[in-house]
Design a protein around this ligand. Sequence first.
Ligand SMILES: *[C@@H]1O[C@H](CO)[C@@H](O)[C@H](O)[C@H]1NC(C)=O
Ligand SMILES: *[C@@H]1O[C@H](CO)[C@@H](O)[C@H](O)[C@H]1NC(C)=O
Ligand SMILES: *[C@@H]1O[C@H](CO)[C@@H](O)[C@H](O)[C@H]1NC(C)=O
Ligand SMILES: *[C@@H]1O[C@H](CO)[C@@H](O)[C@H](O)[C@H]1NC(C)=O
Length: 348
Amino acid sequence: MSSHNQFILLLSSLLIISCLASSSTPVIGILSQPLRTHVTASENDINSTDSNYIAASYVKWVELSGARSIPIPYDADDELIHEIFSQINGLLLPGGAATLPSSLRTLWKLAMNVNQQPNQNFPIWGTCLGFEFMLELAAEEHVLQTGFNSNNVTWPLIFPTDQEQSTQEYYSTQSKLYPTPELKHMLSLKNITFNFHQNGIEPETFAKHEKLQKFFKITSYNYDLNGRPFVSSIESIQYPIYGVQYHPEKNAFEYGLQPGTSRPYEVISHTREALFLSFHLASFFGELMRNSTVGEYTLVDRHPMVIQYPLKIALNFEEMYVIPSAKYWKKEKEFGKNLRGSQESMLS
Ligand SMILES: *[C@@H]1O[C@H](CO)[C@@H](O)[C@H](O)[C@H]1NC(C)=O
Ligand SMILES: *[C@@H]1O[C@H](CO)[C@@H](O)[C@H](O)[C@H]1NC(C)=O
Ligand SMILES: *[C@@H]1O[C@H](CO)[C@@H](O)[C@H](O)[C@H]1NC(C)=O
Ligand SMILES: *[C@@H]1O[C@H](CO)[C@@H](O)[C@H](O)[C@H]1NC(C)=O
């Protein structure tokens, strides 16, 4: 074959690859949480008293991963959860404050049904509260501990050593989240990972729960302000399921200020290294979603993207999307067209 023909062949295969890639942009479901006192929403016909929210930083972090997102109402029933599950290539469980909803228990079961089949994948990422939810779900019992002193602090990560791994099997040095010695070195030196939690789990408590140990390995830990250890990263042994107690989305997307001042609301690092971590983890998750074997986003009017919902300015989260209660999905077959930036107006 002439080099010219080879070039054409290469070019056309690249075009095919790029077309495939663009038509398979993953769609992820983000679990919302009750809005409660966060903001007083009175947006359009969305009832503020039982609305949910999704912090915009998570939506942007998903975009950084190369995916789009649709909301999962916190109060969704099994029927709605099954419907949403059929539309998504992965699940993101954000931080915040809420109790574990039955909607998530159903999602977890559906995800595990997929992941337990050979060569089938449905990825899940949990951040902070989402990480804590995953511990409870994998342990199948109450395992969380309270009283950690780790609010509004930015710390390096502590990685298990070979020595620790050889004596405590719940630690792993074979991390997929932190695959290179350079990355580990940087994260173990720099104050990058932002923590804001009172709940968590000590490595020794983790070790006491057999189901947890069979499910996850600990790939980083920290000490709180009182010197009490807590697990800061977990990676599923068999499944594409990962969680971090800290907030990688905040480094890139939260810059809130104290009201009326130029002082930061939280001590979030926005250094080049911190932004790199945020992007590194997002793109890692993006790769898992592109590898998902289930989910096809077809009900675009019934399940509009998160960015189409009303946006509020807030404090602890710079911006939040207001997501209606699950009741809304019962009432309306398709309501994408009523929302800010409907599919139609986006095309025009
Ligand atoms: C909003 O929700 C509350 C509680 O479910 C209900 O009592 C109220 O009637 C609703 N308001 C509107 C305008 O739908
Ligand atoms: C993609 O899925 C296949 C089949 O389940 C698995 O072997 C592979 O490790 C996955 N790749 C990534 C990047 O997750
Ligand atoms: C990280 O923060 C701690 C205080 O929490 C401080 O003592 C330490 O010097 C910081 N390290 C770096 C590299 O900035
Ligand atoms: C976080 O810590 C910074 C620096 O100490 C402080 O100015 C800020 O008020 C704290 N924010 C919260 C929400 O605790």
